[in-house]
Write a protein that binds this ligand. Structure first.
Ligand SMILES: [Zn+2]
Length: 113
């Protein structure tokens, strides 16, 4: 399952960060998940909660920001939401579109004490 392996690598990063900062109890993790990662936020939340159960991280909250797939037209600079993979600028009809958001899967912040 896609979400489970993501959760595991995320928890590895969190554990390392907590260790290097000398904190013991995880309170909150804030992440952003791009539309194109094909991650189901609810499935990810489920995996997260299951994975931290009975660990020192138990009870931590997972906050997920959904990032829509966004493109920028190279011709006119218009930024727009890419829907159904139509790579056409709604402003000038240009078809050289650069993806600027929607492919990321990042930890924004970790709250721990
Ligand atoms: Zn354009």
């Amino acid at each position: 399952m896609h979400e489970l392996s993501i959760t595991k690598s995320m928890l590895r990063i969190i554990a390392r960060e907590m260790k290097s900062n000398g904190v013991k109890r995880l309170k909150k993790v804030h992440i952003k998940v791009g539309e194109l990662t094909a991650v189901e936020p609810e499935a990810l939340r489920f995996c997260f909660e299951e994975s931290i159960r009975s660990t020192p991280m138990e009870g931590a909250l997972l906050e997920i920001d959904d990032v829509p797939l966004t493109g920028r037209c190279k011709a006119c600079g218009t930024e727009f939401r890419i829907e159904a993979f139509t790579n056409i600028c709604p402003d000038c009809g240009g078809n050289e579109i650069e993806r600027i958001a929607g492919t990321e899967l990042d930890i924004i912040s970790i709250e721990a004490v």
